[in-house]
Ligand binder design. Structure first.
Ligand SMILES: [Zn+2]
Length: 618
């Protein structure tokens, strides 16, 4: 006898064997028990959840001559009488299965109408099972209506569909409707366990969970996957690794690696992780989607949920519990938000891999933004301070995926300050309180000039730079001879450069693919009339070398982005943390001016500088 696939070999022979649809099967059994079987049913639900199987069981049960009683006291087909055996083997002429997709014409329904008049040849009831009934044409549906309303006593209809909304209301109103649900991962996993025990196959728990998750609620899919794996493995045990390899699934450890990134803050690990994913042939979209699920699991555990209730293998329980304590709810939510934004952006991305790299780099840099938020809190600067954008200033490189990330998850974004900070006395909280409008519900109004997406055109005096430079306005001739800007245009500041760093990276990427992520990992240290200095973390000398070899391209990308020429140089030394380069490292007059500009623009920094009484070293 030829091989029968598992889904057929293990097809339920009784209502109680149907997995995860008790609400349907028990109602049907009750109807049979009370002799109240309707003449038309419609079963709806996702694919592979047991609709057709239940239809056949119902056909058996209404025709069985020796109904049995289950442990719940409900009727079950005997599976021994002629009727049951014929229907089970699909030999019966009176159980007619029609594929709605290929028999959707009005002529097909007319044939059905002719044939339904004849009494069943061997069974008590003629049962018409029409699969994918939503595929019938409108004319076919109309031709069916009359028969459906008053079929002969010897006939009944069972429709199955995955798209109930395409079935006309006139048809629906003539049927009893049953909604089949997606089967839970746990139920699928347990069913797989029953099957592998029955078939004497060795499959470990991780593998069973991985198959069940992949099946996405469809038991038939799970069994097809299992079949495929058994064919692939022969008598060898099926492990989680085998399942991942065969199905191209992403190793759960890689998701943990991504959440670890935020704790370690090591950018080069982000790039390595992206490489590993690319090397494994994983679609960035799939990773981002899975990562959101992973974060959801972590949040669930943080909220006091038990790992047993999640769709995860037992071997990961401990890891989920310990990982859930690494970050706050807000951080996990923020990562999820970024992942979702990155997923959206992927749709139009020319280079999805780069998007993924940037996303992971952003995750790796996340802690810095948090540090500043915490710092503010510890300073008691609560008087309601600043927009997320203002707080994140120095980390604008982290604004990788979206220029205006949804601020809801920013701890510091719940509080907002009026624009004119001059009126707020930094040392008087009372004064500040009068000055601020707070409340997390208040919609964020992004200031146009602050949006990196929308940089001021070169000829437009940037409004952010105007107020703090009255001195400069008095002495326009002071501008350096190298300045290629129009008279009234302020020079490019380090802050503007940082805000548009991503655009710069994108332009560099367009010129040479690897330069995008190289620059992304770096940080601009100083910007003079003629030159720009960039550095990387000490442990990222590879990037530094790569940048050194590509200086002409970087300069070209710079000119393209900012419309002005700069000599770019790569300097040694670590990236100073947060605002450090501006406060500690800038020594020249130029940098002092720049600092003033920056501080006017960034009330958070200004506040910090005042609070900590920071001074510039000369
Ligand atoms: Zn029977």
């Amino acid at each position: 006898m030829s091989y029968l696939v598992m889904a057929r070999r293990w097809r339920p022979q009784q209502f109680s064997d149907v997995v995860g649809q008790d609400h349907v099967t028990q109602t049907l059994q009750q109807a049979i028990k009370r002799g109240r079987v309707a003449h038309a049913y419609i079963f709806t639900g996702p694919r592979g959840v047991g609709k057709t199987t239940s239809a056949r069981l119902l056909a058996k049960a209404v025709n069985c001559t020796d109904l049995q009683t289950s442990s719940l006291g409900l009727p079950e087909p005997c599976n021994k009488c002629h009727q049951c055996l014929d229907i089970g083997a699909a030999y019966s002429l009176d159980v007619i299965e029609i594929d709605g997709a290929s028999n959707n014409r009005v002529e097909d329904v007319r044939n059905l109408r002719e044939n339904i008049k004849f009494a069943p040849s061997a069974l008590a009831k003629k049962v018409y099972i029409i699969d994918e009934v939503h595929m019938l044409s409108t004319a076919a549906f109309n031709a069916l209506l009359k028969t459906l309303e008053e079929p002969p006593d010897h006939a009944m209809f069972i429709f199955a569909t995955t798209e109930i909304h395409k079935v006309p209301a006139t048809v629906l109103s003539r049927c009893q409707r049953f909604d089949f649900k997606r089967i839970s991962t746990r139920e699928i996993r347990n069913h797989i366990e029953t099957i592998v025990k029955g078939d004497k196959i060795t499959v470990d728990d991780t593998a069973m969970v991985a198959i069940a998750v992949k099946a996405e609620g469809a038991l038939r899919d799970a069994l097809s996957i299992l079949d495929q794996l058994v064919a692939y493995q022969g008598d060898e045990p099926i492990t989680g690794d085998i399942v991942r390899q065969a199905l191209g699934l992403i190793d759960t450890d890689l998701f943990f690696a991504a959440t670890d990134l935020a704790a370690t803050g090591r950018v080069h690990l982000a790039i390595e992780l992206a490489d590993m994913l690319a090397g494994g042939g994983h679609d960035p979209r799939e990773f981002l989607h899975g990562f959101q699920r992973h974060l959801m699991n972590l949040l669930f555990i943080r909220a006091g949920g038990k790992p047993e209730e999640l769709d995860i293998a037992e071997s990961f329980y401990e890891k989920y519990i310990s990982s859930s304590t690494m970050h706050t709810d807000e951080d996990f939510l923020r990562m999820a938000d970024w992942a979702s934004q990155a997923e959206d952006l992927l749709r139009d991305a020319l280079d999805p891999q780069l998007r993924l790299e940037l996303f992971l780099v952003k995750i790796a840099r996340m802690d810095r933004a948090v540090d500043i938020g915490l710092l503010l809190q510890s300073l008691g600067a609560e008087p309601e301070s600043y927009t997320a954008e203002e707080v994140r200033g120095p980390v604008s490189k982290a604004k990788v995926e979206s220029p205006a990330p949804a601020p809801v998850n920013e701890p510091a974004a719940a509080i907002k300050v009026k624009k004119d900070t001059e009126t707020a006395k930094p040392d008087s909280t009372d004064a500040a309180e009068n000055d601020v409008t707070k409340g997390p519900d208040e919609p964020e109004e992004p200031d146009e000039p602050d949006t990196p997406d929308d940089p001021p055109p070169p000829n437009d005096p940037a409004p952010t730079a105007t107020p703090p430079t009255p001195d400069k306005d008095d002495s326009p001739p002071a501008k350096g001879p190298e300045s290629d800007s129009p008279e009234n245009e302020p020079q490019l500041t380090l802050m503007e450069l940082r805000e548009r760093w991503e655009e710069f990276c994108d332009n560099a990427h367009a010129m040479r693919a690897s330069l995008g992520s190289t620059l992304q990992a770096g940080a601009p240290i100083s910007l003079n009339n003629g030159s720009l200095e960039i550095t990387w973390s000490d442990d990222e000398s590879l990037w530094r070398d790569k940048a050194r070899k590509n200086l002409p391209i970087i300069e070209k990308a710079f000119e393209k982005t900012f419309g002005t020429k700069k000599r770019v140089s790569v300097i040694a030394g670590n990236i100073p943390k947060g605002a450090a380069p501006l406060i500690q490292k800038t020594q020249s007059e130029q940098n002092k001016e720049e600092l003033t500009l920056v501080l006017e623009d960034r009330p958070v920094w200004k506040h910090l500088v005042e609070r900590l009484d920071l001074k510039l070293k000369d």
